[in-house]
Write a protein that binds this ligand. Structure first.
Ligand code: NAD
Length: 475
């Protein structure tokens, strides 16, 4: 039975949660004892006490501890990647890739610890100087979703610890095994009791306690826009520092002059890999009229060659949907699209395989209008919408006509169109001839509009959220 980690000790909760493999529902990946409100308060108290009593390591020891976590993640990438695939349903290469990413992130922030900067300036007043320093924020509450169960925790925990904060971490309730494995590695890295705390439990119980507690100075959240709004209403009302990464409805524009092979690769990878369960997935494929029919027919052909199956089977391209609820949602949206007048051109049905899992044939809806619900609401599954555009300007207008603004892509061979798109698109990340999903760990990550709120994550830009600025005048 796996438990929460509080003040340097593993602590039992109250009720039990079974983490089930979505590729094979007879396989119980792990059993967890879930924390209640009392344990959540205890974790927050531990972090608060550790920060207040200056238990945070000095920068050399902190850098070494982060590096140690990164090294262990990289050394165990195959084992942990398999665990990730078992609990979330990503294919084995995707699972291993995600663990590798987590290891690289810890090693990046190990370097950042000793790269902190301040400024020393002359004052406008004679005989006075000014120092500008960055200090840790205090206790950072970290709340993460299920779709990147180790990389997202890593890209929040590593900078939080690197910049000298204490952490209370609550992973997604449905998929906590990879996050628990990461926390177990951190628990042995020597950060000090109370500096890092893990809460296994429900969002509505332990997450809510974190949002409400005045001892949690900052909340970094990744998840749905609906929950993000709740985080804002509760933690924002008490003026906690907030960073929210939420949903997407990312457009991929394909223009008449696009290289067909590049456009197909970007669509298949961006829309369907990781079972389409990525905030950066391309869910709206906006294609100009001159290439629409040719592209649609070639895409249907390519979809026919994708293997859907058990996440750990060697020939699988697309693993299962994460759970029964998400599968129901995905199938429901295929029905909504058809009722709205879209054509189901490929897939969209529940598939049976040798094991009992949540398998779904990748769905392609064509003849989609950008006003339909399937083009406006985040589905978060292997479902893509093909939307026709008159020309580039119409495609750009449709791409921007969304409440979201996380990632956006264009496939074109025209430098002029690519430059125009990069300038005019309302998104935090723009991809030219590469999939909308797939980002680097050393550069800023985040979006605009209802996709993101607060400063960017990742790379050296992470310092903005995990530190607070102090200006000192020296007379
Ligand atoms: P979710 O909003 O249901 O849950 C996210 C986290 O919030 C979980 O840990 C959950 O337990 C917690 N939570 C739920 N209710 C809470 C409450 N009342 N108080 C505090 N915490 C609470 O999201 P999900 O289904 O786990 O993840 C899918 C969503 O995440 C999608 O919308 C996807 O686009 C988004 N996402 C965004 C990014 C990004 O960087 N923009 C990355 C990955 C996923």
């Amino acid at each position: 039975m796996k438990t929460s980690f509080i003040g340097g000790e593993w602590r039992q909760g109250t009720d039990i949660y079974r983490n089930i493999n979505p590729s094979d529902t007879t396989d119980v990946v792990d059993e967890f004892s879930q924390a209640d409100q009392t344990l959540a308060e205890s974790a927050i108290d531990s972090a608060h006490e550790a920060f207040g009593s200056r238990k945070v390591l000095g920068i050399q020891a902190r850098a070494e501890a982060l590096d140690k976590v990164g090294n262990e993640l990289l050394a165990r990438r195959n084992e942990l990647g398999e665990l990730l695939s078992r609990e979330e349903g990503k294919t084995r290469p995707e699972g291993i890739g995600e663990v590798t990413r987590a290891g690289q992130i810890f090693k990046f922030f190990a370097g950042e610890v000793v790269r902190q900067r301040g400024e020393h300036l002359d004052s406008v007043r004679p005989g006075v100087t000014v120092d500008i320093a960055r200090e840790a924020v205090g206790v950072v509450g970290i709340i993460t979703p299920w779709n990147f169960p180790i990389a997202i925790p890593a890209w929040k925990i590593a900078p939080a610890l690197a910049y000298g904060n204490c952490v209370v971490f609550k992973p997604a309730e449905g998929v906590p095994s990879s996050a628990w494995a990461l926390s177990e590695i951190i628990s042995r890295a020597g950060f000090g009791d109370g500096v890092f705390n893990l809460l296994i439990g429900r969002g509505s119980v332990v997450g809510k306690t974190m949002l409400e507690s005045p001892k949690v100075d900052a909340i970094t959240f990744t998840g749905s826009t609906i929950t993000g709004a709740r985080v804002m209403a509760t933690a924002g009302a008490r003026f906690a520092k907030l960073q929210l990464e939420m949903g997407g409805k990312n457009p991929l524009v394909i223009t008449d002059d696009a290289d067909l092979e590049t456009a197909l690769n970007c669509t298949i990878q961006g829309s369907y890999y990781s079972t389409g369960q990525r905030c950066t997935a391309s869910s709206r494929i906006i294609v100009t009229e001159g290439i629409y029919s040719k592209f649609r027919d070639a895409l249907i052909d390519r979809l026919g060659s994708l293997q859907v199956g058990h996440a750990l089977a060697p020939d699988t391209d697309i693993g299962p949907v994460v759970d029964a609820n998400q599968l129901e949602t995905d199938l429901k949206y295929v029905g909504i699209g058809k009722n709205e007048g879209a054509t189901l051109a490929y897939g969209g049905e529940h598939l049976t395989r040798d094991t009992n899992g949540y398998f779904m044939a990748p769905a392609l809806l064509t003849d989609v209008d950008n006003t339909m619900r399937v083009a406006r609401e985040e589905i978060f599954g292997p479902v893509a919408c093909l939307i026709a555009a008159r020309d580039f300007d119409d495609a750009l207008q449709k791409a921007n006509d969304s409440e979201f603004g996380l990632s956006a892509g264009i496939c074109t061979t025209s430098l002029k169109l690519a430059s125009h798109f990069k300038r005019e698109i309302q998104a935090g990340m723009v991809m030219v001839n590469v999939p909308t999903a797939g980002v680097d760990y050393h550069v800023p990550f985040g979006g605009r509009k209802a996709s993101s709120y607060g400063s960017r994550e990742q790379g050296s830009y992470a310092a903005e959220f995990y530190t607070t600025v102090k200006t000192s005048y020296n007379g």
